[in-house]
Design a protein around this ligand. Structure first.
Ligand SMILES: *Cc1c(COP(=O)(O)O)cnc(C)c1O
Length: 388
C-alpha cells in the first residue's frame, strides 16, 4: 500500500470551519426544509445577454480554439485600460500595467509565489477573504493579522502594526469594498497606505472585485487613484461580480509593471491564459453599455434596504452597506457566530456564514448575502422574528 502523506505546507493552511454548518445544511435539505440561502457570495442574476452573444460569436472562430497568450489579448488589456480611464480617471499602459487573470482569485493566490520568501511576513486583513492567508502560507510566508475593527470603520489600523513587523513585511493585502464587512476605504486612507508602503518597502495588493457594486450613487475610489499607488502596488479586479460572470473565470490586475511581471513569471509556468472567446466576451462587458451594471446596483440596493430595515426592526445591530452584497451583522447577546448561524439554520431554515470563518476577528458577527429576491429576504426576516 502506498502511504499518502500531504506536504507540510498543506497542513499549515487554516482549518475549514464550515464543515459543521455544511452538515446541518445537508440535513435540513434532506428533511425537506425550504432553505433560504444567504450564505454564498455568488450573484443570482444571469450574465447580460450582449456578453453571452459576444462569447458565442468568438467561440465560432477557430483562431480562438488554440492556446491564448499568457498575458491576455492586447485588445482585452486595452479594454481594461479604457475602463479604468473612464471609471477612475487613472491612466494605465495596457502593455505593461495590465495583466489578465483566470479570475482574480488565481492572481491573488499566486502573487506571494513571486515575491514572498519562506519566513517573510505578509500583512493580511482579518476577517478577510481566505485566499490572502492561503496564498501566503502556500508560498511559505507568515501571515500577520491586521484586525478589522468596527471602531476603525473596519479598516486596518496601520499605526498598530509593530515596527519589527513593518520591517519584515514583504507584502500587504487590502480589500475595499470589503468582503465580509462591506466597509469602503476612502481615498484618504489609500494615501496613508501609499506612504506606509513606501516607507517600509511593502508591496500593496489591493483587491477590488466589488468596486462597481455600490449604492446611493456613491462610487468607491480605486487604490490606483492615490498618488504614487502605481509605484507601490497593484489592484486586482474581476468581471465576476460586476457582470454576473463568476463561472466564466476572467479577471485582471493592474499597476506596478515589475510586480505584474513577477506574477506573470509564475503564471507562464503554471497556466496558459484565458480562453480567447471569454476574453472577447470580457471586452464586450468592459466596453459595451454599462446599463446592466446600473441595473445590478438597483436590484441589490432594493434588497439591501429591505434586509437592513427588517434586521433593524428585529433589534439586530448592523451597518447599512455602502457597497458589496454582504451584510455584516452583530450576533445577539448569548450567541457565538457559529451558534447563531446554527440557530438560524436549524430553527428558521436560513443559511448564513459565521464571521469566524473569515478569521478570529470575525467572531461576534455573521455574514448575510443579498443574493436572493426581495420576497425571500422578507420571508427570512419573518422567520427570524419567530426565533429571536
Ligand atoms: C469574489 C471575490 C474575489 C474573486 O473572484 P474571482 O471570481 O476569482 O474573480 C476576490 N476577492 C474577493 C474579496 C471576493 O469576494
Amino acid at each position: 500500500m502506498l502511504k499518502i502523506q500531504r506536504a507540510e505546507r498543506l497542513t499549515k493552511l487554516p482549518p475549514y470551519l464550515f464543515a459543521e454548518i455544511d452538515k446541518m445544511k445537508a440535513e435540513a435539505k434532506a428533511r425537506g426544509v425550504d432553505i433560504i440561502n444567504l450564505g454564498i457570495g455568488d450573484p443570482d442574476q444571469p450574465t447580460p445577454p450582449h456578453i453571452i452573444r459576444a462569447l458565442n460569436r468568438a467561440a465560432e472562430n477557430p483562431a480562438n480554439h488554440q492556446y491564448p497568450s499568457y498575458e491576455g489579448l492586447l485588445e482585452f488589456r486595452q479594454a481594461v485600460a479604457q475602463w479604468y480611464q473612464n471609471r477612475f480617471r487613472v491612466h494605465l499602459d495596457p502593455e505593461k500595467e495590465v495583466l489578465s487573470l483566470i479570475g482574480s482569485k488565481e492572481g491573488i493566490g499566486h502573487i506571494p509565489l513571486a515575491f514572498v520568501n519562506p519566513g517573510d511576513i505578509v500583512l493580511v486583513p482579518d476577517p478577510g477573504y481566505p485566499v490572502y492567508q492561503a496564498g501566503t502560507v502556500l508560498a511559505g510566508g507568515i501571515p500577520y493579522t491586521m484586525p478589522l475593527l468596527e471602531e476603525n470603520g473596519f479598516l486596518p489600523d496601520l499605526e498598530r502594526i509593530p515596527e519589527d513587523i513593518r520591517q519584515r513585511a514583504k507584502l500587504m493585502y487590502l480589500n475595499s469594498p470589503n468582503n465580509p464587512t462591506s466597509a469602503v476605504a476612502p481615498l484618504e486612507y489609500f494615501k496613508k497606505v501609499v506612504d506606509f508602503a513606501r516607507r517600509y518597502n511593502i508591496l500593496v495588493c489591493h483587491d477590488a472585485p466589488y468596486s462597481e457594486m455600490y449604492y446611493d450613487g456613491n462610487p468607491p475610489p480605486s487604490f490606483m487613484e492615490a498618488p504614487g499607488a502605481k509605484e507601490v502596488g497593484v489592484e486586482f479586479h474581476s468581471l465576476s461580480k460586476t457582470f454576473n460572470m463568476t463561472g466564466w473565470r476572467i479577471g485582471f490586475v493592474v499597476g506596478h509593471p515589475e510586480i505584474l511581471a513577477g506574477l506573470g513569471a509564475v503564471k507562464t509556468n503554471l497556466d496558459s491564459g484565458i480562453f480567447q472567446a471569454i476574453q472577447y466576451a470580457g471586452i464586450e462587458a468592459l466596453t459595451g453599455s454599462q446599463e446592466c451594471v446600473a441595473q445590478m446596483r438597483k436590484i441589490y440596493q432594493e434588497r439591501r434596504d429591505v434586509l437592513i430595515d427588517g434586521l433593524q426592526q428585529l433589534g439586530l445591530k448592523v451597518n447599512k452597506p455602502q457597497a458589496t452584497f454582504y451584510v455584516w451583522v452583530s450576533v445577539p447577546k448569548g450567541f457565538t457566530s457559529t451558534g447563531f448561524t446554527a440557530h438560524l439554520l436549524k430553527n428558521a431554515g436560513i443559511v448564513t456564514t459565521p464571521g469566524n470563518g473569515f478569521g478570529r476577528y470575525g467572531e461576534g458577527y455573521i455574514r448575510m448575502t443579498i443574493t436572493v429576491g426581495v420576497d425571500r429576504l422578507k420571508e427570512a426576516v419573518e422567520r427570524m422574528k419567530s426565533v429571536l
